[in-house]
Design a protein. Structure first.
Length: 120
């Protein structure tokens, strides 16, 4: 079976493909700050979108999106606020999405974009 890192890398590659196909403009990937990492930062029309990518190769631990906990969201929001502070020319409206991918035998069998996971 794949390592967690290689599965995550496959999930992130597919997430980029899916987001571009859905009309998102990719601004940066793997943004790191002292508050945490943001997998993908994109623009969807006039909205700045911060994307967390979660990948699973087994249902033993639930669906990929189940791994986005309230603690993870808090870190994501802080990192997003920091990004926005460092990049004031980006759109003012922000949204937080999750791309959930399921893989089997080294191939993506399902992927979905869950928009506005924070509810605001």
């Amino acid at each position: 079976m794949r390592s967690t890192k290689s599965a995550g890398d496959l999930g992130e590659e597919y997430a980029l493909y899916l987001l571009k196909k859905s009309g998102y403009k990719i601004l940066t990937t793997k943004f790191r700050s002292r508050f945490g990492e943001i997998d993908i930062i994109a623009q969807d029309k006039d909205i700045l979108v911060f994307v967390e990518v979660k990948t699973r190769w087994s249902k033993n631990f639930g669906n990929p999106e189940d791994a986005v906990t309230s603690l993870k969201l808090r870190h994501l929001i802080k990192a997003a606020e920091y990004f926005k502070l460092m990049n004031p020319k980006t759109p003012g409206v922000m949204r937080f999405d999750v791309v959930a991918t399921d893989i089997r035998d080294g191939k993506v069998i399902d992927a979905r974009i869950l928009k506005n996971v924070t509810g605001f």
